[in-house]
Design a protein around this ligand. Structure first.
Ligand SMILES: [Ca+2]
Ligand SMILES: [Ca+2]
Length: 218
């Protein structure tokens, strides 16, 4: 139990989890996502941006007959969905439609087929379908690969993560739980992290190699 929770956490931090890409590859540049703000909270400190972890409920409708094809409230005991914005976990139209959104905000987002399920459709979605989503955003938090996480790992602040720095970070994180360490598994995790992130093989994970979500700040 202990190990599996920690492992998922590390895998998220280093983005080793496979991300599912939905939707069509082809894109008609002339078609755009239409965003209508239905409710805007009075206060908004943090607007959603690429790489953030969002928590939201949404209902999906077909534009041509208004029928509902999806409702997150009727799935998973009605818990709102968690996903990382801007990395292909949702269709392209939703990625665009949920940018710069405040926690507590409600939007109606109309998505052309080229930014949804395209000429083929998918499941309940017929070919060439324009989709309408009503979205209520609950929370915006920094994603697993945030700038702050990178800075925390990069102890000497040289914008590169060495093996020692990553190992230190993993150890500290394990220690937080007050549980015994499993050195074999930590080494295996470390190997895997460098295999998948150190693209030029120089033994260091640079800010660029880490920055899969392309934050502006790094
Ligand atoms: Ca460093
Ligand atoms: Ca490198």
């Amino acid at each position: 139990m202990f190990f599996s929770t920690k492992l998922i956490c590390f895998l998220q931090i280093f983005n080793l989890l496979t991300i599912h890409v939905h939707g069509e590859k082809t894109e008609d540049a002339t078609e755009e996502v239409k965003i209508e703000v239905l409710h805007l909270p009075n206060e908004c400190d943090l607007k959603s941006k690429r790489g953030d972890l969002l928590n939201a409920h949404y209902d999906g409708y077909l534009a041509n007959d208004g029928s509902k094809f999806y409702c997150s409230r009727s799935e998973k005991d009605g818990h709102p969905k968690w996903f990382v914005l801007g990395v292909g976990q949702v269709i392209k139209g939703l990625e665009t439609g949920m940018m710069n959104m405040c926690p507590g905000e409600k939007r109606k987002v109309t998505i052309p087929p080229s930014l949804a399920y395209g000429i083929h459709g998918a499941g309940k979605i017929p070919p060439n379908a324009t989709l309408i989503f009503e979205i209520e955003l609950y929370a915006v938090t920094q994603g697993p690969r945030s700038v702050n996480t990178f800075k925390k790992i990069d102890l000497d602040q040289d914008k590169h993560l060495s093996r020692d720095e990553v190992k230190h970070y993993l150890m500290e994180d394990f220690k937080k739980d007050g549980k015994p360490r499993d050195l074999v598994r930590e080494d295996w995790i470390l190997e895997d992290i460098f295999k998948k992130n150190d693209h030029d093989g120089n033994g260091l994970i640079s800010a660029k190699e880490y920055n899969v979500y392309q934050h502006d700040e790094l």
